[in-house]
Design a binder for this molecule. Structure first.
Ligand SMILES: [Ca+2]
Length: 481
């Protein structure tokens, strides 16, 4: 392990192998515990020696928003519930490491929730206890959870039901939610948004998010990795249903998220200490779960996610069915349901940085002509549905097309096509490793079949021209056969 990684481990307090060994050796002695009035006694997380800081130091605060008070939050506590209304839904938004309740994503999610329905939206701020080192912030999650649980129990004493309580937690906030649910029976729901991976990879269920923590636990993974070298998030399934947008590790708008970038990012954070402003860009993949979830609240798209063996198979169009009553799919994010398909689900998102992130899925089946003299080609093929949709990439430069071959792909378009009467296909030959030798400069696509993965309607398109060859760099219109 290089010096830089080891130093970073020490600074972040994370459980990389070397660091964890040292910590465990220390913690093999009798562990100390620490007691705080009202909240009981706490031992270090298993395998670690860091004790949580005091509730006073962490200073967990609650801000209540309702439709009547949608822009001006009311500071509430377990001794003063303010204008909390126990007859309405109760949503708590809990941020993660180095973040705060006044972050723009927390405010945006609050607005979207209140746009959908009048409810109690409570944003939780624990920025007094979530700064560096990471290990201390992770240790403090139990205290934040105890303070949150105290608030919820007071709400229950006024007539609220635990079933109407829904905790939405990002990163370490997801694990805070899990601690709340561990000791609060019948908690309605936890939405874990890219639950933090570091320090939680090897945790047992009492110390991480799992399906026993609420009646419904749904999770979005956007920066999942088996260890901190390559991501901030947790790759393993943690809930009743686990969504893996774009495979769950790397998001299309974020670029590469290698260990090198992570190290650079962490060093940048440490050296500048400008963590608040830096969070969005440095942890782009990790924040994507938040942006997807927020967009899912009021999206016009069904935002379906599909069961599949893996993401590559989903991309190849091998998993397209939602079942006759759409019960084999889930709506991603806020509108997910315990009564639909559970387990590991895959979806694509659009490539724009800003919403919309969700669109409409099609499976495209492209049939190359049998009678063409050319044997094979390699090239970029795009489809255009109508004026309101951009060209959508079907196949990249690495895809090989052979005479008579069938190539299929799942795609996502931003807008539901207005009329499925004609489409346009463009082709651009790529040179590849052979500089294009042996690859045809024009290609004959005999038919294009579009399966609408929402309605399950299928459309087959044929060339409009008598000479259906598409020369490299040009395009051809196809109409319903
Ligand atoms: Ca748990």
């Amino acid at each position: 392990m290089s010096l830089i990684i080891l130093l970073l481990c020490t600074l972040l307090g994370v459980s990389l192998t070397t660091a964890a060994t040292i910590e465990r050796a220390v913690s093999s002695d009798v562990l100390p515990s620490i007691c705080y009035n009202d909240f009981g006694c706490f031992s270090p997380r298993p395998g670690f020696k860091v004790l949580p800081q005091s509730p006073e130091k962490i200073n967990t605060q609650f801000f209540l928003y309702t439709r009547k008070q949608s822009s001006q939050a009311q500071l509430i506590s377990s001794s003063n519930l303010g204008s909390f209304d126990h007859t309405k839904q109760i949503k708590l938004i809990i941020h993660g490491f180095t973040d705060k309740a006044s972050s723009s994503w927390v405010i945006n999610m609050t607005k979207e929730l209140l746009k959908l329905e009048d409810m109690n939206v409570i944003t939780v701020d624990w920025s007094g206890g979530n700064q560096f080192p990471y290990g201390q912030a992770a240790a403090n999650t139990v205290i934040v959870a105890a303070v949150v649980r105290q608030l919820l129990q007071v709400m229950i004493s006024t007539g609220a039901q635990p079933q109407q309580m829904h905790l939405i937690g990002h990163s370490l906030g997801a694990h805070i939610s899990s601690y709340v649910g561990r000791d609060l029976p019948n908690l309605g729901r936890i939405s874990g948004l890219d639950p933090a991976g570091p320090d939680f990879y090897v945790s047992q269920v009492p110390d991480r998010l799992d399906p026993s923590d609420a009646l419904f636990v749904d999770v979005i993974h956007t920066d999942g990795a088996p260890q901190i070298h390559s991501g901030f998030g947790h790759l393993e399934p943690l809930g009743h249903v686990d969504f893996y947008p774009n495979g769950g590790s790397a998001q299309p708008t974020c670029g590469s998220n290698t260990g090198v970038i992570l190290l650079q990012s962490a060093w940048s954070l440490i050296s500048t200490f400008n963590v608040g402003n830096a969070a969005d860009t440095l942890a782009c993949n990790h924040m994507s779960a938040v942006f997807y979830y927020t967009d899912s609240i009021n999206t016009p798209s069904p935002a379906f996610a599909y069961p599949c063996s893996d993401y590559k198979s989903f991309e190849q169009g091998l998993c397209t069915s939602c079942g006759s009553s759409s019960d084999r799919c889930q709506r991603t994010g806020y509108h997910a349901s315990i009564s639909k398909t559970l387990g590991t689900l895959y979806l694509m998102t659009l490539h724009g940085v800003k919403p919309p992130h969700f669109g409409f899925n099609f499976k495209v089946i492209l049939e190359s002509d049998m009678n063409d003299n050319a044997q094979q080609t390699r090239g970029i093929i795009k489809v255009k549905f109508d004026e309101q949709n951009e060209d959508t990439l079907l196949f990249d430069q690495n895809t090989l097309f052979k005479r008579g071959s069938i190539n299929s792909k799942t795609i996502l378009v931003a807008n539901k096509p207005t009329a499925m009467e004609k489409i346009n296909i463009s082709f651009k030959k790529s040179l590849g490793s052979t500089l294009g030798i042996g690859l045809a400069g024009q290609w004959n696509i005999r038919s294009v079949t579009m399966l609408d993965m929402q309605s399950h309607m299928s459309y087959r398109f044929c060339p409009t021209s008598n000479s259906p060859m598409i020369k490299s760099g040009s395009n051809l219109t196809y109409k319903l056969c």
